[in-house]
Design a protein around this ligand. Structure first.
Ligand code: ZN
Length: 268
């Protein structure tokens, strides 16, 4: 999610108020656009907002819901180069071109009549709370985790309790909170849930401030790579000493995803 928030912040000011003059579609993305390209032409783009990993570009009639998928990035240029093999959506405006580059094509641009209706309502249903929502705290997390079976880390990745805590951020937040990713979600005490909620919010805020994480392709709307990957404390550091206690960081697999932990600093 930090990557999407970074995109929103870098992109929003560039396209707010721009008028669409043409739409170019490349190869099919994860979902179809759901309207004709012509119906978008002439409309003015409003202020971009974000919900989970989705970006919402409101138009005068409806709006576009964008998802970056696994490898997508949005780039804005006053004068766009001819589209390359991985450029699958161009929104040409009177200020420049917004382009979705997505080598793996898991991303999507979907038209919806509104954020709370049509395809947007369907895609956003079941999303958990925003981590920057003041209501996201230990009390909320404790209540939400009580009915969960299984360990805490996969519960965070589900995205139906809190959005945005993807694999790297979940690993880092659990380390910061001193919680073993294998700890049973339902048995975490209220104080530990409070520490975890704080750690999730702080980890994501730090990641946004650093421009997100660039492991492969991510760039913000200006083409700048993120730097959070340089600040990770456990993620991807298996076998290397914990930065707090010196114990070797361990890699385990939970639900087919790699988890990294310090066996000493993090408790069940
Ligand atoms: Zn440690």
């Amino acid at each position: 999610m930090p990557e999407v928030e970074v995109t929103r912040r870098s992109l929003g000011p560039l396209i707010s108020g721009a008028r669409i003059s043409a739409v170019r579609l490349g190869k099919p993305l994860r979902w179809p656009l759901g309207c004709t390209a012509e119906s978008l032409v002439g409309q003015v783009i409003g202020d971009a907002s974000r919900r989970g990993k989705y970006l919402w570009l409101p138009l005068e009639r409806g709006g576009l819901l964008l998802h970056l998928g696994m490898s997508g990035s949005l780039h804005f240029a006053p004068r766009a180069a001819p589209p390359g093999a991985h450029d699958h959506f161009d929104l040409v405006t009177d200020r420049g071109t917004l382009r979705l580059t997505d080598p793996r094509r898991f991303g999507a641009v979907v038209f919806s009549p509104g954020l709370a209706e049509g395809p947007a309502a369907k895609l956003l249903a079941g999303l958990g709370m925003e981590p920057f929502d003041p209501a996201f705290d230990g009390k909320y997390l404790h209540a939400a985790l009580r009915s969960r079976r299984g360990p805490i880390k996969p519960a965070l990745l589900m995205g139906d309790i809190v959005v945005g805590a993807g694999n790297i951020y979940a690993c880092e937040a659990l380390f910061a909170a001193g919680i073993d990713p294998r700890a049973r979600a339902s048995s975490l005490s209220r104080p530990r849930c409070a520490r975890l909620a704080d750690a999730i919010r702080e980890t994501l805020a730090r990641a946004v401030a650093l421009g997100g994480t660039t492991l492969r392709d991510f760039r913000d709307a200006h083409g700048t790579a993120g730097a959070f990957q340089n600040e990770v404390r456990v993620y991807g550091r298996a076998g290397r000493p914990c930065l707090v206690c010196g114990t070797a960081v361990r890699r385990i697999v939970q639900g087919q995803r790699a988890s990294f932990l310090c066996p000493r600093c993090q408790r069940r």
